[in-house]
Design a protein around this ligand. Structure first.
Ligand SMILES: Cc1cc2nc3c(=O)[nH]c(=O)nc-3n(C[C@H](O)[C@H](O)[C@H](O)COP(=O)(O)OP(=O)(O)OC[C@H]3O[C@@H](n4cnc5c(N)ncnc54)[C@H](O)[C@@H]3O)c2cc1C
Length: 308
């Protein structure tokens, strides 16, 4: 016999997905969370989180992940470990195809599959990840108070994060491969006016160096071919991010970068499909904002299901 459709399926078990699951269960909606790896998402991979309210002194990423997962499970949310490969529509129903060969059917769908920062792919980047290499100044900047740090990139995120770091670090070296920044003018002006930000133009980061922790970044000045090691304790990399939306790209409206177009109510261009967390086009990508999205999405899911 065919399985009844779930009222709600949630794609991704990061903070956005887990919050949606908690709100769903408390609203009396049975829900299934499909997670391909470990519940907690990017939080599970983060060492210490110091900016999520309720934890003075911070909390370890795996611990916060486990608490969120436990809360959703204790309320009765179901979990399935598998990878979503494609979503199809059949009338109002959403068919979620999984790598394991199964298809799960639901009336409403919350897409909370997150976003992955691009890597530079240089030697030392993986080795020193969490030991000086970071992709998030808002998350890790506080560990570099009074230190010399490098920011790699030239777009809005790179300059924004360089400005944030300039309030904490002793000096920020903003390294860009071109001779001008791509960031909006107001950010460029702010970076150029900051006393402790210096811009290093036409330069490629070639290697992150160190022993246990980062000690320097090796640079190549493209026009002259000159190489040098810049002593820094932190290397923050902002060379774009990849939202994980390949499985739904054919259905919902996206930005050119692949983020799902949805407002604060998390409604996408397809009725009954909602986008929450880092996967949605929005100005901040943090745990607190992902949690907020999970909550907002559920309000919209409830309204949608009531109208069916
Ligand atoms: C290194 C790092 C450190 C950070 N530190 C902080 C911090 O200190 N404070 C802070 O506020 N924010 C921090 N952030 C940002 C924060 O982690 C994210 O904003 C937040 O996790 C986004 O939540 P999310 O639920 O939208 O996505 P994610 O946490 O990315 O979760 C998405 C989940 O979906 C799953 N998934 C993806 N595709 C599929 C698929 N096809 N099928 C099934 N499952 C799928 C993934 O496995 C993942 O578990 C950090 C981010 C990074 C990368």
């Amino acid at each position: 016999m065919e399985q009844e459709p779930y009222p709600l399926v949630i794609l991704g078990g990061g903070p956005a997905g887990l919050t949606a699951a908690i709100y769903a269960m408390r609203a009396g909606l049975t829900c299934l969370v499909i997670e391909k790896a470990v519940a907690g998402g990017a939080v599970f991979l983060t060492d210490k989180i110091e900016n999520y309210p309720g934890f003075p002194g911070g909390i370890l990423g795996p611990e916060l992940s486990q608490r969120m997962e436990e809360q959703a499970k204790s309320l009765g949310a179901e979990f399935l470990q598998d990878e979503v490969t494609r979503v199809e529509l059949e009338g109002n129903l959403k068919l979620v195809k999984l790598a394991g060969g199964k298809t799960v059917t639901s009336r409403a769908l919350v897409v909370a599959s997150g976003c992955q920062p691009n890597r530079l792919g240089i030697p030392g980047e993986d080795k020193f990840y969490g030991r000086g290499v970071s992709y998030c100044a808002a998350c890790d900047g506080a560990f570099f108070r009074g230190a010399e740090v490098a920011v790699i990139g030239g777009g809005d995120s790179a300059v924004q994060e360089a400005l944030l770091l300039s309030k904490l670090a002793k000096h920020v070296h903003l390294i860009h491969r071109r001779d001008q920044l791509r960031a909006i003018q107001v950010l460029q002006d702010a970076a150029q006016q900051a006393k402790n930000i210096s811009l290093i133009w036409d330069t490629l980061a070639q290697e992150v160096e160190g022993e246990d922790q980062v000690k320097a970044v090796k640079l190549l000045h493209k026009p002259t071919g000159q190489k040098r090691s810049l002593p820094v304790e932190g290397v923050f990399i902002y060379v774009g991010g990849k939202p994980i939306t390949g499985f739904i790209r054919h259905l919902v409206e996206m930005t050119p970068e692949g983020y799902i177009q949805a407002g604060e109510d998390c409604k996408t261009s397809v009725p009954g499909i909602f986008a929450a967390g880092d996967v949605r086009k929005k100005p901040t990508r943090q745990i607190a904002s992902a949690v907020g999205d999970g909550c907002n999405a559920l309000k919209a899911v409830e309204d949608y299901l009531l109208g069916l």
